[in-house]
Design a protein around this ligand. Sequence first.
Ligand code: DOR
Ligand code: ZN
Length: 443
Amino acid sequence: MSDLLIKDGYLVFPDFTIRTNVYSEDGVIKSIGSSVPRTADVVIDAFNKYVLPGAIDEHVHCRDPGMTYKEDFESCTKSAAAGGITTIFDMPNTLPPVDDAHNLKEKAKIIAEKAYVDFALYGVIHGSNIDKFEEMLQAGAIGFKIYLAHSTGNIKPPDDGVIVEALKKSVKMNVIIVFHAENDSIINFFSKKLKESGRKDPKAHMEARPALAEEDAIRKVSLFAERTGAVILIAHVSSAFGISALKEAKDRGAKVYGETCPHYLLLDESAYDKYGNMIKVNPPIRSAVDKEALWKGIENGTITSIGSDHAPHLLEEKSKDVWESASGIIGVQTILPLMLNEALKGKISINKAVSLLAENPAKLFGIYGKKGTISINADADFVLFDPSQTFKINEEQIFSKSKNSPFIGWELKGKIIGTILRGKKIYDGEKIIEKTGKQLKKF
Ligand code: DOR
Ligand code: ZN
């Protein structure tokens, strides 16, 4: 048996923070409060430090297998560990795509030995694999992704009939479907038009993928979800119109949830002048009004989770013209520090940050209780966070192969001083210590 006692820290729960102790045995929390054992194999004095549940990043692209020149599962999960993320859900647009049980199992086999944090895998539903839905779940998928518009990997969007069928299956199997919600036809039309007009500036990408494309796609899949009773998550909501569409659907009773990402909350179109195509992402970073609408969405519960959409690319892939540059920025290492910085600045509470990055993703994907919470019988996954330090995001400390982050150089309040996965310290604030990640499955 190995046990761990974290003493005298500010334990952060979704609704309150309390200064107390937490004790775990063999990676599982056994007691919380003043009656914990007095000692343990490992004792951490967390006096004046925050102790948060290990964070979950429900939206990462680790690129393994198939695009390991951009990122591999080792660099990706080291980056996660250093960012206080103890569980990631990896997107299916790898090579080959995760579109049947065989590919899912092969991917799991390849990446399992490289995992520094716990992980789960998405399957994708495209135009020709709806018959593989059940086998992917049996093979361990945590949920499904459906792309309604083209993005990295060029996975063809399924037609509406297939989407409805997938939603019906998801109800039967009690699993969530995550949508990349943009109207592909609108995007294709305006991309062609702007390209032909000779536009080459980075903002042309933003105009080619207007908020209307997002709003329309959210309205469509929300209606499908409402009529089928399915639970869906809209990935990376980026616009005020997207928020309205989501909120209206929620108010009607549709089980539609919203995710946004730090880059939509912290940047707006004024950043294109400085970063150019480096911040080209799908959907695009938009106006300051959109940015504020997303914060409002967090406040009123329209947005319930934050994912990083960690999307590494080579520098040369990002250095082409606006139409040819790859879409995506990295983010798995900075998502939690950025959100905690906002919390220390007073934009949200630290408790809300814990809901967005631990409690809610765990609930949505059906792993709450084991993950996403500091409670008895949960995995002993923690982030130790010192609010009194400041921390500058610097390139040398980024573990991802890609350094393409607009947040490099940002000075943040607070610093992660340790990440603990199932009772073991995997990151000490400077270096990665231990590789002990395991796969989580829906069934
Ligand atoms: O910008 C993006 N990059 N958006 C996506 O939807 C996919 C991602 C990637 O995989 O590169
Ligand atoms: Zn993504």
